[in-house]
Design a protein around this ligand. Structure first.
Ligand code: HEC
Ligand code: HEC
Length: 270
């Protein structure tokens, strides 16, 4: 075999091995890790006022950052108005969120650009430095927004891992679906189609919408779906007409539900 071909094969092999060994990292980032999102209300109430605030000796953030063009992340203010309505704030929020890394203030350009370099900020910001230290009240407010993340409920995880639990047969008790798809106040599941023992994607979508009312993202023990069928001794509710299905929070089914409520994503196994 000519030497160059041999070399090519080696290189190709190396690339394959490298991508194979780095795959778990990529997967952890993209798929199965908790999905966190930033809080809009907190943004609107605490962050946006800072971007609008007048600044002694410097222009306001909004003055430079609402002019259109590449570094414009704020809507132009409506003439004569000095604040945003809710829809404008929402559009701002969509852009501003791309300038921060949830949970990591010091990796967020929104916080680092106007912070002096001595305080850990970026080397350069054409708009000048607005904060001398990370204990500046404005900086702290932005940091606490970036650090306040709420779990989001993932549909794929729900469909692959949660719904099967609600459909599973239970020795000594009825299935959740038997009692909770009959219509009426505590019905949160669609009736199963006659002769079929699972849901199609549309039905799952409607179930997902209703079940979201029964859970508090990020808080399994405040979620009726998890607390009602859990034994009282294990932290469950006092009463559930449908009986107790899990005697401990270690029950694999309960753990799966908890992971979903805490933001697990994708169809990763139970
Ligand atoms: C005098 C105008 C001016 C002011 C005031 C100003 N900036 Fe800037 N800012 C710029 C310019 C120009 C850039 C792009 C060049 C650079 O990165 O320095 C920029 C870049 C940025 C970026 C990076 C944008 C991106 O898309 O990567 C962020 C974030 C930022 N500024 C935040 C702020 C914040 C927060 C304030 C208020 C505390 C502020 N700026 C005040 C002019 C300004
Ligand atoms: C034998 C029938 C039955 C079974 C089986 C059953 N439940 Fe229930 N469940 C009820 C009834 C009746 C209520 C309403 C009264 C109450 O809260 O106890 C209820 C209430 C609930 C509620 C509160 C609903 C609301 O709208 O506030 C949740 C959540 C719940 N059940 C979850 C489950 C889960 C999860 C399972 C399966 C692990 C399950 N249930 C199994 C009968 C049942």
């Amino acid at each position: 075999m000519p030497r160059s071909v041999c070399w090519l094969i080696m290189t190709a092999l190396c690339v394959v091995i490298m991508s194979w060994t780095s795959a778990p990292d990529a997967a952890a980032q993209a798929g199965s890790g908790p999905s966190q999102s930033l809080d809009f209300d907190l943004y609107r109430d605490t962050v946006e006022p800072i971007l609008l605030a007048r600044r002694a000796g410097n222009a306001r953030c909004v003055v430079c950052h609402s002019r259109g063009g590449g570094n414009s992340y704020l809507e132009p203010l409506t003439p004569g108005s000095d604040s945003y309505d809710e829809e404008q704030s929402l559009r701002n929020f969509e852009r501003v969120r791309r300038l921060v890394v949830p949970g990591a203030p010091t990796e967020s350009v929104l916080l680092m650009n106007p912070l002096t370099e001595e305080a850990g900020g970026s080397h350069w910001h054409a708009g000048g430095k607005h904060w001398e230290s990370q204990t500046d009240p404005e900086w702290e407010t932005l940091a606490s927004w970036v650090n306040t993340t709420v779990a989001t409920l993932d549909f794929d995880f729900y469909r692959d891992n949660v719904e099967p639990i609600l459909l599973a047969k239970r020795p000594g008790n009825a299935r959740c679906v038997v009692c909770h798809s009959r219509g009426g106040g505590n019905s949160y599941l669609e009736p199963l189609s006659p002769g079929i023992d699972s849901y199609d994607e549309d039905q799952s979508g409607r179930n997902f919408e209703r079940i979201q009312q029964l859970v508090v993202p990020g808080a399994p023990l405040e979620s009726t779906l998890l607390v009602n069928p859990l034994a009282e001794e294990a932290g469950g509710s006092h009463w559930h007409a449908g009986g107790k299905h899990w005697i401990s929070q270690d029950a694999p089914e309960w753990q799966t539900l908890a992971r979903w409520v805490q933001g697990a994503t994708g169809g990763d196994g139970r």
